[in-house]
Design a protein around this ligand. Sequence first.
Ligand SMILES: [Zn+2]
Length: 173
Amino acid sequence: MRTCVLCGGEAEIHDLSTVKQVGCPDCLQYAVADAFCAELADDAKMRASLSRVTRHHTHKGSPISLLNRVQAEWAIVDLEEFEQDVEQRDRLAIDALTGAGPAEDPWDAPIRAAAKTLGISPSEARGFAADIEARGRLRIASLPSSGAIPGAEPSHERYCWEECSPRADRTID
Ligand SMILES: [Zn+2]
């Protein structure tokens, strides 16, 4: 059994020439340079932070390669800054949800689009969307079924996410 470099849990590991490719149920997908592994072994705080970084990048669809301490520290700072920028995260989520278009289940495909944009899991994205909705910035609208094509299969009801307040960048100055 091989263990994850970051969390120590059971993981699938492929050894390449100078890096390991890791698939972990908790840290998800990442690569780590062999030269960086020994250094990480002595730094539990950095391992914990990097586990959040690797999850974030996997959810974004582009797993990260951890090469050395400097690059890893930058990746941690980048994620922390992103997570602290509430307005930017709201904006990205709103754009992803409204841009996803109509769906039979507004909590399915649009949520997956938002999850990928934000680098979080679909269940986290569901909670995030519910929070924005509760704050009155988004609502779910049902689309009128009158547009159905005659003779076509009866269409299922469809829904889309709508932004409630006007976008600040549309303000005329
Ligand atoms: Zn792990």
